[in-house]
Design a protein around this ligand. Structure first.
Ligand SMILES: *Cc1c(COP(=O)(O)O)cnc(C)c1O
Length: 368
């Protein structure tokens, strides 16, 4: 059996008839930048997340960057201020901080959930700290109740990197994107809510922040040819917004399918052979990634490839060991490094079948 890691054409195919119709509408509209599709998507996605505002932007990195730049424009954050962020995240979370002239303070994840550890966050708060950036890693929400309490106690902004967690929700309420002061979302094609190219969004609760982000994505202009800020060109495309509106309607169903497949892995994988991040009781995982930890990760990956199963590693090298952040290479984050050395991402998507997942699980159990 051949099991692909992700078949993007198959994921999008069920939506092709509606997408073709939306493409025709887009072509015939004669309006190609920041039009009705973007506005409608912003309304629909804000409502879906339970946030007051949504601003469509160019991608996930820019969404996080725009949040930080908007707080700077509003005078709530100053250059050089510290932002606490997990050491084991995709590098984009950290790039957004350094690109905004702020200082990332890396903290270890919780050893069981692999999400940012509130106890470590608390230890790193200083008089220079202005914000916490929580990343909902692999599609599981960070411990937002505890992080909110810490943010409130110290007067900090709480920002979500929701790039991997579209639709993830707390059992007692809100979804990713409505659990802090502001959230950055990515619609990179492989994410749970994927565009057919670049796309991202900022969701937030506060009107002032939404207006600053809206101006900053468009040269800092709040009104045509009048500029409040030294802004950027970080707009989302009208056609991507049109396609995202269609994909959004299928998101809950797709996430349900991912959870069903994760349940098969959970019940079949031998816990003596593989370790998995703990699924926390407070929320619903959306399995952007089904991660396992294996002491012989590279050997297992090769073995699976021989059996026709494609896997990926999220991620092989943590940000503080990257050439791009040479100045941090001396630092040591043992939990983060252990995760990067052992993590293997198994196939999971809206179009994988139960049979495929059972095959992958049995191949893993057969690896000696
Ligand atoms: C994908 C991702 C991003 C970046 O999103 P892009 O749209 O690719 O810029 C940021 N943070 C995390 C955790 C991601 O997984």
């Amino acid at each position: 059996m051949q099991v692909k890691f992700l078949d993007l054409k198959a994921v999008n195919e069920p939506y092709f008839p509606e997408m073709l119709e939306a493409t025709r509408r887009f072509l015939e509209s004669g309006w190609y930048v920041l039009g009705k599709e973007v506005e409608s998507f912003e309304e629909e996605y804000a409502a879906y997340c339970g946030a007051n505002y949504c601003v469509g932007v160019s991608n996930g990195l820019d969404a996080l960057r725009l949040i930080l730049e908007a707080y700077k424009a509003l005078g709530m954050v100053r250059e050089g201020d510290e932002v606490i962020v997990p050491a084991n995240t995709y590098i984009a979370s950290i790039l957004a901080i350094t690109q905004s002239g702020l200082k990332p303070v890396l903290v270890e994840p919780h050893p069981e959930s692999y999400n940012i550890n509130p106890d470590e966050v608390e230890k790193q708060v200083t008089s220079r700290t202005r914000a916490i950036m929580a990343v909902h890693l692999y599609g599981q929400l960070a411990d937002m109740d505890r992080l909110s309490a810490i943010a409130e106690r110290h007067g900090l902004l709480l920002i979500e990197d929701a790039a991997q967690a579209h639709g993830a929700k707390l059992h007692n309420g809100g979804r990713a994107g409505s659990l802090g002061h502001a959230a950055g979302h990515s619609f990179y094609p492989g994410k749970n809510l994927g565009a057919l190219g670049e796309g991202g969004a900022v969701t937030c609760m506060d009107k002032e922040l939404a207006e600053a982000v809206k101006a900053l994505r468009n040269y800092g202009s709040h009104k045509k040819y009048y500029n409040l800020y030294k802004g950027f060109n970080m707009r989302i495309d009208e056609n991507q917004a049109a396609w995202l509106r269609i994909r959004l309607r299928g998101l809950d169903r797709e996430n349900e399918h991912r959870r069903m497949l994760a349940g098969i892995y959970d019940s079949m994988l031998d816990p003596a052979l593989v370790k998995r991040p703990k699924v926390m009781e407070y929320g619903e995982h959306v399995y952007h990634i089904y991660a396992i930890m294996h002491p012989d990760r590279d050997g297992l990956q090769k073995y699976l490839a021989d059996k026709g199963v494609s896997t990926l590693i999220h991620y092989p090298l943590p940000p503080h060991k990257q050439e791009a952040y040479k100045e941090w290479n001396y630092m040591s984050f043992p939990i983060t490094e252990e995760i990067h050395n052992r993590e293997l991402s198994l196939p999971i998507s809206p179009v994988h079948t139960k049979e495929e997942i059972k095959y992958v699980a049995s191949m893993i159990n057969s690896y000696k």
